[in-house]
Design a binder for this molecule. Structure first.
Ligand code: IMP
Ligand code: MG
Length: 209
């Protein structure tokens, strides 16, 4: 008898404290860790022996960046850029640089790291800015890619996961600055962002003193 393929693992349950805000877990900590390791391997192969500057875009990359660079075993410099969108919330407006790189990228191999490629405005803005300093080579790496939302024709050189057109939080990604600390990536319930404000999770019951 031919073996039937193994059934997919059951979805990871959402921790109770987040259940009212999150629809479902899209990527588990294990799936993220495995993919980040693979990305690290690809980048290592392409960048080894080069004078490299990793430019990470604040704030959503913090967790991804910390995990990714631990897989890069060659000397590198780390720098950060800030980009804000006039849109706010879950809508994307024009991109504005709020922090420019302070590393000298001229003649260097540059790897730009961002959390998610959505409309493409952020990555386009950042790469245009960096190119004026004439890096030897400029590559881009994003953990997530929401292709359906693209407004600018741009593609990352390294992509962790293609995801559907839904608003996601966790593993660095926020909504209204919250949820960055979740160890997984989850789809935010539409009613949370449509309400325009983040409700606080119900307080945990405490033992009477
Ligand atoms: P873009 O400029 O439209 O490509 O957007 C990129 C930025 O928008 C990312 O760096 C994120 O900060 C934010 N963003 C886009 N989609 C999401 C999402 O689903 N969750 C959280 N942040 C997002
Ligand atoms: Mg971001």
């Amino acid at each position: 008898m031919p073996k039937s393929p193994a059934p997919p693992p059951p979805p990871l349950p959402i921790p109770a404290v987040w259940r009212s805000d999150l629809d479902r877990i899209l990527l588990t900590p294990d799936q993220i860790a495995q993919r980040v390791e693979q990305l690290g391997r690809e980048i290592r192969r392409d960048f080894a022996g080069r004078d490299t500057v990793v430019v990470a875009i604040l704030n959503g990359t913090v967790l991804f960046l910390a995990d990714l660079i631990r897989h890069l075993d060659f000397p590198l410099k780390l720098d950060f850029m800030g980009v804000s969108s006039y849109g706010g919330g879950t809508t994307a407006g024009e991109s504005l640089l709020t922090k420019q790189t302070s590393a000298d990228v001229r003649g260097k191999d540059v790897l730009v790291v961002d959390d998610i490629l959505d409309t493409g405005k952020t990555l386009d803005r950042v790469t245009l800015h960096l190119r004026q300093f004439k890096p030897r080579r400029l590559r881009t790496c994003v953990l997530l890619d929401k292709k359906a939302r693209r407004q600018i024709k741009i593609k990352a050189d390294y992509t962790g996961f293609q995801i559907p057109n839904e608003f996601v939080v966790g593993y660095g990604l926020d909504f209204a600055e919250r949820y960055r600390n979740l160890p997984f990536i989850a789809v935010l319930k539409p009613e949370i962002f449509l309400a325009g404000e983040v409700k606080r999770p119900a307080p945990r019951p405490t033992k009477a003193a």
